[in-house]
Design a protein. Structure first.
Length: 294
């Protein structure tokens, strides 16, 4: 039995009708005599929009927290934000899905009771997932430069393509003329990358993929690489600007900025139930093998 566990609570702060499950979650944790700390923005959201009992919670700002486990209440977007807050702390993250598809936030609200029973018995997995790190040659990138899902380079205007010169370990790979390029981890292979035709990669595969967004040439196809290789990108644009997106956090970069993408020095640990199977998740979420014909 796990004694006196402490949980850091994060959540979706813009869909109040989906926060109804928080009262049940807090009740479960209190019955376990858990210590609970909560991010300040989620605390004040719940305080103003719900009737949940928030008494006795430790409120923290920014990334100033320590816990045995982080809880992300929302969808996969909320999970990615939680991962950026956890960073290199090594704290495992459990995703409670109040969103839609939920590859990362895989626990449904009606599974919370049994899931925490398993957690307190130590019957869970904390899968290490690789993270990408983005650096640049001159322009200082704001915010958190690490991506659990993907790093995307995208055109900024609505008309012209951008040109992306890609190098692998300083060796030329390709000159992409496209709306963008997505560099995805196995975790992110079922996210943005999948929507533009990228490959599904098993989490333990030690790989990353490069997939063009609306490439000008039909000869351009996704490529899968080892995740310990270095990727360098030089970008040209008619508008002289382009977007860089790291797990959905976007900012503008000037033409001439050289981007370098490497494997990060730490993992994000995702909590899974012991009966979890990646292939079962694929079948369930993507309805592989389903036949709805009558």
């Amino acid at each position: 039995m796990q004694p006196n566990m402490k949980f850091a609570l994060f959540g979706n702060t813009y869909q109040e009708h989906k926060s109804a499950h928080i009262a049940n979650l807090l009740d479960i944790l209190r019955r376990k005599e858990a210590q609970i700390c909560i991010s300040s923005e989620f605390y004040y959201f719940l305080k103003h929009h719900t009737r949940a009992d928030l008494g006795g919670l430790e409120v923290f700002d920014g990334n100033d927290f320590h816990a045995d486990m982080a809880l992300s209440v929302g969808g996969d977007g909320t999970f990615l934000k939680t991962a950026s807050r956890v960073g290199s702390k090594g704290i495992p993250i459990l995703g409670i899905n109040t969103g839609r598809l939920g590859f990362l936030a895989a626990i449904s609200p009606d599974q919370m009771e049994e899931t925490f029973e398993e957690i307190y018995r130590g019957k869970y997995l904390a899968e290490p997932r690789r993270v990408l790190k983005l650096t640049s040659n001159g322009q200082v990138l704001k915010g958190y430069p690490y991506g659990l899902n993907e790093i995307a380079v995208l055109k900024q205007d609505s008309s012209s393509m951008i040109t992306i010169r890609a190098y692998i370990n300083n060796e030329p790979l390709n000159v992409y003329q496209a709306d963008g390029l997505i560099i995805a981890t196995p975790t992110g292979s079922t996210a943005y990358s999948l929507s533009v035709g990228g490959p599904v990669m098993v989490p333990q595969s030690g790989t990353i993929s490069l997939t063009a967004v609306a490439p000008h040439s039909l000869n351009v196809r996704p490529i899968v690489l080892r995740d310990d290789w270095e990727i360098t990108l030089d970008v040209e644009s008619r508008s002289h600007n382009f977007w860089v997106s790291v797990d959905g956090r976007s900012e503008t970069c000037r033409e001439g900025t050289r981007l370098t993408i490497r494997r990060a020095e730490y993992f994000i640990r995702i909590v899974k139930r012991c009966n979890h199977s990646f292939f079962n998740t694929l079948r369930e979420k993507m309805m592989w093998g389903a036949d709805n014909r009558q």
